[in-house]
Design a binder for this molecule. Structure first.
Ligand code: BT5
Length: 305
């Protein structure tokens, strides 16, 4: 949304303001004010015009709806349907964009790690944040941790008993059904990341998902996707600026620490007890042969039979 349109919305959010008054305050013509009001109405905002313009309702979801009232430095690139928000964010990266959150109502070719398919029916939260942090590529995993923490905390604010399985899964309850997954992709030079795309998929409706998956609405009655995405982006912005805090919060919300685990890496399998996570996201597993540090892999929690 452009600056003037944002300013029009902010001005009419709390009180009715006349067209001439708006024009004067924003230093634009009355015709321009009228054009912005019409465009906002077309985007789904309900604006009364009795005795001045006044905002009475915000659309449920969509780009302008998410941007309105968002207190985080991201513009929103919204689509009803995309193959994959990560793929779209990579395109934007190639166009030199940054600090954009790509959001889709549905994905037709959503991807997990290792090119696995990610089911993304309409009504879920599918989003990818494109940013250009001042980090060496080896430190980028801390952003995945930050995203997992942000999802977990906002889900908990909704009363959903969420926790994190290393490195990137948000699970719910004793059954540990999967609520959300994260796919981070990046491009970098030797010492500095060029761009990072943090793709976050959060199930909302529990229908149409794999068997071991769950959605927010299976655990919480009042889920407003717009507010959820705004809170999520605000929390993510705070955590990416404070990796120490992200790591501490990750430990606090971790389901994996203290558990018996089996971790498959590209090179083999490690079995032992998960002891800690170290910056930027390395899992420390105590094995019969001493501690092993794992940078990436698939982790399984082994339950006593
Ligand atoms: C992940 O991969 O968990 C990362 C998922 C990232 C999805 C987001 S959505 C927005 C952005 N755009 C994209 O295209 N991707 C990102 P992984 O740990 O590899 O888990 C994948 C596995 O989870 C699959 O092989 C299925 O078994 C399972 N799965 C597929 N869809 C699921 C869903 N909706 N909910 C829970 N589990 C699912």
């Amino acid at each position: 949304m452009n600056e003037t349109r944002r300013a029009v919305l902010a001005a009419i959010a709390d009180e009715a303001v006349s067209g001439p008054d708006l024009a004067a305050r924003l230093d634009v013509s009355r015709a321009a004010v009228w054009k912005h009001i019409e465009a906002l109405r077309e985007a789904g905002f309900t604006i009364e015009s009795d005795g001045g313009y006044r905002l009475v309702a915000v659309p449920d979801y969509g780009g302008p709806a998410i941007e309105f009232g968002l207190d985080a430095p991201f513009t929103i690139d919204y689509h009803d349907s995309l193959p994959s928000t990560n793929a779209r964010a990579r395109e934007l990266a190639a166009e030199d964009e940054t600090d954009v959150a790509v959001v889709a109502n549905e994905q037709t070719g959503g991807r997990g790690r290792l090119d696995r398919a990610w089911r993304s029916p309409p009504g879920g939260i599918w989003l990818s944040v494109l940013c250009r942090p001042d980090l060496p590529p080896a430190h980028a995993p801390v952003l995945t941790l930050a995203a997992a923490v942000a999802v977990t905390e906002i889900a908990r604010e909704h009363g959903v008993e969420a926790g994190i399985k290393w490195p990137n899964d948000v699970l719910v309850g004793d059954e540990e059904t999967k609520l959300a997954g994260i796919l981070t992709e990046m491009e970098g030079e030797a010492d500095r990341v060029s761009w990072v795309v943090v793709g976050i998929g959060i199930n909302v409706d529990p229908a149409g998902l794999p068997e071991d998956a769950t959605g927010l609405r299976a655990h919480a009655t009042d889920v407003d996707r717009r507010a959820f995405v705004q809170d999520l982006l605000e929390r993510f912005a705070a955590l990416r600026a404070d990796p120490e805090e992200a790591l501490a919060a990750w430990r606090e919300h971790a389901l994996t620490l203290g558990q018996r685990v089996r971790v498959s890496t590209g090179d083999g399998t490690i079995v032992g007890t998960a002891r800690d996570v170290e910056f930027p996201g390395t899992l420390v597993v105590a094995t019969d042969n001493g501690p092993v540090r794992v940078h990436a892999g698939d982790c399984e929690h082994l339950r006593p039979a």
